[in-house]
Design a protein around this ligand. Sequence first.
Ligand code: 13P
Ligand code: SF4
Length: 389
Amino acid sequence: MTAVTGPAASAVDLLLLGRSSDPGSERGVSCPGELPAASSPDLVDRARAAKQALGEQLFVLGHHYQRDEVIEFADVTGDSFKLARDAAGRPGARYIVFCGVHFMAESADILTGADQQVILPDLAAGCSMADMAGIGQVEDAWDELVDAGVADGTVPVTYMNSTAAIKAFTGEHGGTVCTSSNAERALRWAFEQGERVLFMPDQHLGRNTAVLKLGLDLSDCVVYDPHKPGGGLTAAQLRAARMVLWRGHCSVHGRFSVSSVNEVRARIPDVNVLVHPECRHDVVTAADAVGSTEMIIATLDAAPSGSAWAVGTELNLVRRLAGAHPDKRIVFLDKSVCYCSTMNRIDLPHLVWALESLQAGAVVGRIQVDEQVARWARVGLDRMLALPG
Ligand code: 13P
Ligand code: SF4
C-alpha cells in the first residue's frame, strides 16, 4: 500500500490550526499597552477604584449580552435601542465606555456630542451579522433595484447591527434604522413611505417581523444574496417583492433549531418557549412567543412563580435571568449553542485596562465615526428614535 503524504503545512494551515495569528486579518485583537492578566486577583478593586476616580466624567453602558463581571460595572444596562437612547441622554459625560459590540459603540458616537469620546474596551468586539453586509455590496444591491426600475418605491431599513456606513446609506435614501424592539414600528413606517422594503442585514428579523407582525406572506419576501450576481434575483422578482431581505444572520441565534424546541417540550412539560426574532422563521413559529431582548426580560419578570421557560437568546442573559428568578424554571433552549464570542471579548481585564488608561489621561479603544458618514447615519438613527411609540 502506498503511503499518502500531503504537502508540507503552509502558513495558512498553521493559522487554521491556531498556531499563529495574522496581524492583517486580526486588527484590534492585540491590545496596545499593559492588559492585566485575567488571573489578577485585584481586578474588581481596580475597576472600582478607576471608576470612582473618573466620577461623573464617565458613563458605562452594558448590553444585556455582556458577561456578569462586566455588567457589574455598568451604570445602565439595556438592549441596543435603550443604550442608544441612554448614550444620547448623557451630554455631561466626557467618556462613554460601551460594553457591547462595535456597531453599538459607533451608534453611540454618532448620537453623542463632539466633546464626548466613546470607548470600546476591545476593538475586536465586532458582530458577525454586521460583517455580512458591506457598504459596497449595499450600493450594488441598490443599483440592481435602480436597474429593475423599483428603487424609487423602495425604502431601506437597516437593523442596528450594521456598520455606520450602511446606516448613513439608509438615512440618505429616505430609510430608517431599527432594532429588534421596534422593527414592527419601523416596517409599518417604511410601508407608509413606499411599497417595498430593502431590509438589512438580518433576513430572519426582517422575515419574522413582516410575516408575523405585519401579516405579509412568505412569498412576498425574497432573499438578496450579495455573493451572487444580481443578488441571485431577477428584475421581475425584485419588482414583485414587498420585502427584499439581505442574506445575513446571527451566528448565535441562527443556531437554534426546531429540534431544540421539540426536545425541550418533551423534556419539560408545560414549558413556554420564548425566542428572539433573530431566530429562523421555523423556530419562531414553533415557539410560544417571540420578542426582543427587552421583551424577553419583561416577559420573564411578569411570569408567574412556578412557570417553566426555555429561552432562545444569548446565554449570558439567559443565565442571569435564571439567577434573578429562582422561583421560575428558566433554561437555555439549546445546550449546544454558545455565547456570542464577540460580545464576550469585553471582559474584566479589558474593562480595567480601558478605565485605568482613562484615569492616566490616555483614551484607548476610541470609536470615532467619520463626520460625513455620521451626518447621514444620524438621520437614520433619529428617524428610528422618532418612530411613533
Ligand atoms: P438587541 O437589539 O435586542 O439589543 O439585540 C442586539 C443583538 O446583537 C442581538 O443579537
Ligand atoms: Fe451579532 Fe449575534 Fe452577537 Fe448579536 S448575538 S452581536 S447579532 S453575533
